[in-house]
Design a protein around this ligand. Structure first.
Ligand code: NAD
Length: 249
């Protein structure tokens, strides 16, 4: 058990086919008590119940500071500590640069970038008091290669912003024993790509990936368990590519 009695918050964790829920399930399998945070419509309580009665579901919108703070307080009230934050919530939109409206920009940046900041602000005081903690931010291969598969340029920008935020927080909170890292998933088969790619297009993409397949949600979960556990005790400020080798050049 890599995470026995650790407490992990997973934002955007309620989608049964998503990266968040797969990660919540693997965190729980390694002994963590998991807090699944998601929008009301995604039913985080139901998702937490799927994992077992000791886990907690919390309704919160990561773009709202009060709701982020309340979610962290609910985790502390139930479990007394917060060891891991997986800032996973994110949305994408297939747009070209000239088509991005102000509302599109706000929607996409608010969930990925503002949401990562607000949830980090919500958990950092408790982590600092404990003098330990691990925050895992969710960027994307889209930040590194300039999109090109699903999200628009505003999505690439949001995910690139997450990398800068991650590195700055890693620098600031390292002395407090808090590690901050990011994963950059490649193309992972979840609801976020549902209906957006034909089987033929998926095959073409897989042909360009050294491991010759799209990613699975559990590929991400394994990377997050690594970054959340003491196996990565000397890793901070790291960008961990989980993309089947898509970026080797
Ligand atoms: P998904 O759409 O299946 O899940 C996203 C979850 O976030 C949903 O449960 C949704 O309800 C929740 N969410 C959305 N807005 C929210 C808000 N304001 N507050 C709280 N929760 C909110 O997507 P996924 O594929 O599982 O993606 C998870 C993360 O990984 C996202 O940040 C995404 O950008 C990133 N990512 C995904 C891929 C991929 O190929 N699937 C690749 C790179 C990065």
């Amino acid at each position: 058990m890599l995470l026995k009695d650790r407490v992990a918050i997973v934002t955007g964790g309620a989608g049964i086919n998503g990266l968040g829920f797969a990660t919540a399930r693997m965190l729980a399998a390694h002994g963590a008590n998991v807090v699944i945070l998601d929008l009301a419509g995604a039913n985080p309580a139901g998702a937490a119940a799927e994992l077992g009665p000791q886990h907690l579901g919390v309704v919160a919108d990561v773009t709202n500071k009060e709701q982020c703070d309340a979610a962290a307080q609910a985790a502390l009230a139930r479990f007394g500590r917060i060891d891991i934050l997986f800032a996973n919530a994110g949305i994408t939109q297939p747009r070209k640069t000239l088509d991005i409206t102000a509302a599109d920009y706000d929607a996409v940046l608010d969930v990925s970038l503002r949401g990562t900041l607000l949830m980090s602000q919500a958990v950092l005081p408790a982590m600092r008091e404990q003098r330990s903690g691990s925050i895992i931010c969710t960027s994307s291969v889209s930040a590194q290669r300039g999109g090109g598969i699903l999200g628009g340029p505003h999505y690439s920008a949001a995910k690139a912003g997450v990398l800068g935020l991650m590195r700055a927080m890693a620098r600031e909170f390292g002395p407090d024993g808090i590690r901050v890292n990011a994963i950059t998933p490649g193309l992972i088969a979840t609801d976020i790509i549902k209906g957006k790619l034909t089987e033929e297009r998926k095959g073409e993409i897989a042909n360009d990936i050294p491991l010759a397949r799209l990613g699975r949600a559990d590929d991400i979960a394994g990377a997050v368990v690594f970054l959340g556990s003491d196996l990565s005790a000397y890793c901070t400020g790291v960008t961990l590519d989980v993309n089947g080798g898509m970026l080797i050049h």
